[in-house]
Design a protein around this ligand. Structure first.
Ligand code: GLC
Length: 598
């Protein structure tokens, strides 16, 4: 039994905002950075009018700071300077100016669970056991097995695709350091107050420069369980195991977040979103995003993007799933935030996940645009702050299966492929399913250059310049320029559909951003339908009906839903065969939005 709940939270700019994530390397290359074929900050500045027109309020840039780029900038060697391949601090100042001139804001990607191993802090830390910053990172003496062979302090495995330990041996000082992602990304020791102060200083630096907030990278990993206990064995065939139980949402997380809030954020007007993998517990989530908690505005919860992972494992696994799980997951978090006065982030794509139309729908030529519009209709009619990932608004899709794994560029894909080759030398080709895993889940799919036009390199970089990452082969038909051409109301492009969806979300913000949420219709099957009801008496109400399947299905308009008119849908504005009551026939990947009595 579902009941309608009305949010009692206060309106705020960061709740109504549409955030657009830019992966700078792949956005637009103007040639102003130091490496040809890489996207740059000037490229972002060039596209501000495009973003404004789309309906974007905040631009979040994945890391642009000095970095050896082992993990595409998520390994930072200087938080206060810009990697020359992207441009300079002056370019960022210009970007902020350009955003402000258009009433938009800038969000910084704050990566402070770890630094690069080339950061001055770590170079000092590893220089000797008595170095001033030794304790800024997590150092442990080795353990020894019964034969006296040296082994890491525990059995945690590295996160980014490797079969290795999360601990790296340092020959020089004869200790291990913790590096959860890759050896080049050592974890900071947040127990040390100097580390926390140094992080606060980074936040202040960017806020004072004009940033309006932060996306905080894997922020729930900053506190680890003391003693570093061994993880439970989930895969007995490998020596190292996922240890998230001991490093995600650890004992001091809330204290550290409240400290950031009290000392820094409360002195500015900001938006904060914490990336929080591995957490599903409602109480724990509300502790971070509850309106009275003074921690973060919202977090990225992973349930939807982990839908096809083997439970308890890291990303590069495949697990069957049903459309009903989309309904279950979304309903759970919509209701949680309304019930417990928290706040949601709405997202389905980012730089760490495959393209959503390829993953949740059908990306064949016949259905790609319909699926992309279906996901747009869903996201633009849910409660929370909306995040759009570059190219999502064009319905960009995954790399084609013909692309050989050797052409993938991401460190996670490379490590995983290497690991699987070593583990299964006797089954080359498929490597026990490794190839399909990469074809469906690699992060590379989201990192191909944005397809601006049908020109050379999809208009991403100049003709004759080789893009750092291959352009997807479909750019002749799937590109922004082509999608700007207006055909008819029945034939809106994915881009036009997103632009309309974002505008309508703002026009009806009381309903879509702040309103109540109620799942309607039968559970089970491929249809996910819900009602959104604006706050206050006499407000509006809408019903969204989404067919997550490539087949025709019938949907019974529930008696409690008094449908007044159909407003829009993935097949066009007018949907003549849609009854206002009784049975509605939904075509493949059809999504419709209707207005109904509140
Ligand atoms: C986050 C980032 C991802 C990166 C990891 C380590 O999950 O989104 O790209 O590899 O953190 O920084």
């Amino acid at each position: 039994m579902t009941t309608t709940i009305h949010s009692n939270t206060q309106p705020a700019w960061w709740k109504e905002a549409v955030v657009y994530q830019i992966y700078p390397a792949s956005f637009l290359s103007t040639g102003s950075g130091s490496i040809p074929g890489w996207g740059d900050i000037r490229g972002v500045i060039n596209k501000l009018d495009y973003l404004k027109h789309l309906g974007v309020d905040i631009v979040w840039l994945s890391p642009i700071f000095n970095s050896p780029q082992v993990d595409m900038g998520y390994d930072i060697s200087d938080y206060k300077d810009i990697d020359p391949r992207y441009g300079s601090l002056e370019d960022v100042d210009d970007l902020i100016k350009g955003l402000k001139a258009r009433g938009m804001r800038f969000m910084v990607d704050l990566v402070v669970n770890h630094t690069s191993d080339q950061h001055a802090w770590f170079l000092n830390s590893r220089s000797s056991k008595s170095a001033a910053k030794r304790d800024w990172y997590i150092w442990q003496p080795p353990k020894y097995d019964t034969e006296g062979k040296r082994k890491p302090p525990n059995n945690w495995s590295m996160i980014l695709g490797e079969a290795n330990s999360a601990w790296t041996w340092d020959e020089e000082t004869q200790e291990y350091y913790l590096a959860l992602f890759t050896p080049e990304q050592p974890d900071l020791n947040w127990r040390n107050p100097e580390v926390r102060e140094a992080v606060h200083d980074v936040l202040r630096f960017w806020l004072d420069r004009g940033a309006s907030g932060f996306r905080m990278d894997v922020i729930n990993l900053i506190s680890k369980v003391e003693g570093y206990p061994d993880a439970e064995v989930v895969d007995p065939s490998v020596p190292y195991q996922p240890g998230q139980k001991y490093f995600a949402n650890g004992p001091h997380l809330h204290e550290y977040l409240q400290d950031i809030n009290a000392k820094v954020l409360s002195h500015y007007d900001t938006i904060t979103v914490g990336e929080m993998p591995f957490v599903h517990d409602e109480t724990e989530i509300i502790k971070v995003v509850g309106a009275t908690r003074k921690e973060l505005n919202m977090i990225f919860i992973f349930d939807l993007v982990d839908i096809d992972n083997i439970p308890g494992s890291f990303r590069l696994t495949l697990h069957p799933w049903q459309p009903t799980e989309i309904r279950r997951i979304i309903t759970k978090y919509q209701r949680l935030m309304l019930d417990k006065d928290g706040w949601n982030s709405i997202f389905i794509e980012n730089h760490d996940n495959p393209r959503s139309v390829s993953r949740y729908c059908d990306d064949s030529d016949a259905f790609r645009a319909l699926g992309a519009k279906l996901l747009c209709l869903m996201q633009t009619t849910l409660a929370g702050t909306l995040y759009v990932y570059q190219g999502e608004e064009l319905g960009m899709r995954n790399l084609r299966p013909e692309v050989a794994p050797e052409q993938y560029k991401d460190i996670e894909s490379i490590n995983y492929w290497r690991k699987m080759n070593a583990l299964h030398p006797d089954s080359p080709g498929d490597l026990k399913g490794a190839r399909p895993v990469l074809q469906r889940k690699a992060r590379d799919h989201a990192r191909t250059p944005v397809q601006w036009s049908a020109e050379a390199n999809a208009g991403f970089c100049a003709e004759g310049t080789e893009p750092w990452m291959m352009v997807n082969t479909d750019y002749h038909t799937v590109n922004a320029e082509a999608q700007r051409v207006y055909e008819s109301e029945e034939d809106l492009s994915v881009l036009q559909f997103w632009q309309r969806g974002l505008a309508s979300r703002k026009d009806h913000r009381d309903c879509f951003v702040y309103g109540g949420f109620e799942g309607v219709g039968e559970e089970g099957g491929s249809v996910f339908a819900y009602k959104r009801i604006s706050r206050g008496a006499g407000g509006e109400a809408f019903v969204t009906v989404l067919n997550f399947s490539g087949g025709e299905v019938e949907w019974m308009v529930p008696e409690r839903v008094r449908m007044e008119k159909w407003v829009t849908g993935t097949y066009g504005k007018k949907a003549p065969d849609l009854a206002l009551e009784g049975t509605v026939k939904l075509r493949p990947w059809e999504g419709v939005l209707g207005m109904c009595a509140a």
